[in-house]
Design a protein around this ligand. Sequence first.
Ligand SMILES: Cc1cc2nc3c(=O)[nH]c(=O)nc-3n(C[C@H](O)[C@H](O)[C@H](O)COP(=O)(O)OP(=O)(O)OC[C@H]3O[C@@H](n4cnc5c(N)ncnc54)[C@H](O)[C@@H]3O)c2cc1C
Length: 482
Amino acid sequence: MNASYDVIVIGGGIIGTGVARALSRYKIDVGVLEKEPDVCWGTTKANSGIVHAGYDAKPGTAKASFSAPGNKKYGGWTENLSVPFKRLGSFVSTKDKSQLDKLENLLEQGEENGVEELEIITDRKRIEELEPNITEEVEVVLYAPTAGVVAPYKLTIALFENARENGVDFHFNAPVKGIQKGEDEAKFTIESGGGNFDGKYVINAAGIHSDEIAGMVGDDSFSIFPARGEYHLLDSEIEGYVRRINFPLPTQESKGILVTPAAEGSIIFGPNHQPLEEPSVATTKEGLEKVLGGAMKLFPDIDTGKIRTNFAGLRAKAGSDDFVIGESDAADNFVNVAGIQSPGLTAAPAISEHVVGLLEDLGLELIDDSDFDPRRNPIPKFAEMDIDEIAQYTDKYKAAKDIVCRCEEVTRAEIEEAIDRGATTLDGIKFRTRSRMGSCQGGFCTPRLIEILSDKLGVSPKEITKKGDNSYLLAEETKKGE
Ligand SMILES: Cc1cc2nc3c(=O)[nH]c(=O)nc-3n(C[C@H](O)[C@H](O)[C@H](O)COP(=O)(O)OP(=O)(O)OC[C@H]3O[C@@H](n4cnc5c(N)ncnc54)[C@H](O)[C@@H]3O)c2cc1C
């Protein structure tokens, strides 16, 4: 396939989809090139899901300038897109009153960054009211009520769907392999596995590969160094045991191992910090032990028997340790949005708007599109319906009477709708519906999901994958009902 766009965005993570959606409110042609079969399969898929208050970053850095403003935009962003977001508030806890000055420094830094409502709590009774199961050894906390949790994959999928509704083209399985700079108005020709694409402006939002993409236009001004973070994910049965986002004191390299409720109910512990030569999201015994040890320091009595799975994500650290956002010195109209390590998820709404402004400064004409609709309807969720809603829903859809994922009560209607909206793999369905995210981790529903995917996509069950590439599940074809 070949196509021409005003703006080509490379990468379908939170940054690429956020920028694409922000551009979709104008009368311009936008195309997104993503190497994977779906959005949100890079760093955005596997992180802590925290919308940070914004006190961590040093004032004056790009991280600081986008964090608190990004946090403030989350309410509106997630409401329009119908994505779960909860302002639970965060704690930075210490067991030692002599560390109070460190918390005071963070508070001052936060205030300089524009964070509101920060408070240091030394009253143990109040700490317990806010977080009843935290270790009794905690004496002082920095409380940031504006911090929240979001499901990053749900948010990225929602940005993708809304951008697509508003006219953005998404090209999947389209790894960018080369970029030619031209002299005429269509300044770039991008070669990708999915075809050739011409664009007047290019946004490089390729996460851990953004240095390679910049290198394609002769920009070697930054390198990306991957650093792995591992997690434990607990069963949603334990929901409520932890109420806030709990950090220890931060270290030079990271914010430390946190314990937090996830936006969709369960609890997560993590991440550690492991710089790697080669990117890998494999989990390790040593790493997971370290994560568990860190979590137990804050919640020593938590039921670790409720750990259901583990996962790892990759930080895309630039050498400067800050975000790299701006037009490349090597190519006019080529904009890097790279090195977006934590708190990139938090900063994403503010970064997206900033990039639109950058493009305007570079000469892109932005005329409002009166057809732009910022709202996106979610897939109706059977598990959250009351009895009347269930009656209406099951009247409407026969497939709604068929519960496929028992743990999370996901119906065939939800799964079929996820496929209609773009899921082509088991992970694509999981991130849209939560099937395979429950206690049995897909033990019961995986064969049914393969069957439904194969029916809807019109392909053999053998061709169904977990997450693209060679992640096939079946070696032999089975007949329906076998
Ligand atoms: C362990 C960990 C914990 C974190 N916790 C938090 C947190 O709690 N709060 C927070 O605010 N931030 C957090 N972050 C940071 C946050 O996850 C990132 O800042 C954010 O996800 C970066 O998004 P992105 O779009 O830049 O990158 P990605 O999500 O990696 O997206 C890049 C996309 O580009 C695609 N791509 C790459 N190469 C090519 C190519 N050649 N052609 C086409 N497509 C390509 C990839 O497939 C991918 O989809 C955390 C990060 C990690 C690793």
